[in-house]
Design a protein. Structure first.
Length: 305
């Protein structure tokens, strides 16, 4: 009996030491995480990083966030793409009466989104994202697009086989109505794992979404985005929360962005503008509204003299 008691005691001690070692190892993995800044033209590199983190800290402690435009999907042409939007913004700020200025670029882009298709930035993009999701890792999309582009956005995600529904955080399906994530912010929408943030600070938006959905803060955030400013925003917000961020700048569309031809885009716009207006006039403004797509009023007054 004494032998059995001693054996049981030794077994208990060994078990405690093993559990303590495992706990120490897990804590070591968590505390050893650091911010990571990388660039890649292949989403597979990001997948490998996420998988490694999931093994280190547990899949439930990792949050993977993908941007959409020029990260997962890209426009079939320059017209309507992010680079077109940036050109129009600069034109409106510096030469607002230029005939190539569409005026309300948001409304014009919505019409282009309605009429145009998108392509994946790389052929296996959807399967790479799904491979991460299949591991039980939480994966969402966070885009600067506003809720006005909701229908067009989900159409193209679905057509290109991207689905964030089953890997999303928060309630099933998201929220039926738009909401304001931060005080004095703009209306946004979270639906089927896609957060349409209307161009607001992505770090603040992600933190607000975690809070609204009651999702515990992750041990690490992995963010893939083609714009460094968005990655910096995530690092700024989560750095203040002592949460490391693996920031991946996706470069697969950089060449297309650099080679954007504003004159070609302007010519394409001239070719389709009248048709888009006619569709709206005949069928209504349910999917887009171009009534505000015109030069600013003062430019039109100058032109009439």
């Amino acid at each position: 009996m004494k032998y059995i008691s001693i054996k049981a005691t030794l077994l208990s001690v060994l078990t405690s030491l093993t559990l303590s070692a495992c706990s120490t190892q897990q804590n070591s993995n968590v505390t050893s995480l650091r911010n990571l800044d990388q660039e890649t033209s292949n989403l597979t590199d990001i997948k490998s990083d996420v998988m490694t983190l999931a093994r280190q800290v547990g899949k439930q402690n990792v949050l993977m966030v993908f941007d959409i435009d020029n990260t997962l999907l890209a426009m079939e042409q320059g017209l309507g793409a992010d680079q077109w939007y940036d050109w129009q913004k600069e034109l409106n700020d510096s030469d607002r009466c230029n005939p190539q200025n569409v005026g309300n670029r948001f409304a014009a882009q919505g019409a282009i989104y309605f009429a145009s298709a998108m392509r994946p930035t790389q052929a296996d993009g959807a399967s790479v994202v799904k491979a991460i999701q299949d591991q039980g890792i939480r994966v969402i999309a966070l885009t600067s697009r506003g809720q006005d582009y909701r229908l067009q956005t989900f159409r193209e995600l679905r057509r290109n086989n991207f689905d964030f529904t089953f890997s999303a955080i928060g309630p099933a399906g998201g929220y039926a109505e738009p909401f304001t994530p931060v005080e004095n912010g703009r209306l946004s929408r979270y639906e089927d794992g896609v957060f349409l943030t209307a161009g607001q600070h992505k770090g603040d938006m992600l933190q607000a979404l975690l809070s609204k959905t009651g999702t515990p803060l992750p041990e690490v955030v992995v963010m893939a985005d083609d714009k460094q400013a968005n990655l910096d925003a995530i690092k700024q917000t989560f750095g203040s929360l002592q949460i490391p961020v693996h920031a991946w700048r996706y470069t697969g569309e950089d060449e297309n962005v650099r080679n954007f031809d504003s004159q070609k885009a302007a010519g394409q716009w001239r070719e389709i503008e009248a048709s888009l207006r006619q569709i709206q006039q005949v069928l209504g403004a349910d999917n887009y509204d171009m009534s505000s797509v015109r030069l600013p009023e003062d430019c039109q007054l100058d032109a009439s003299h």
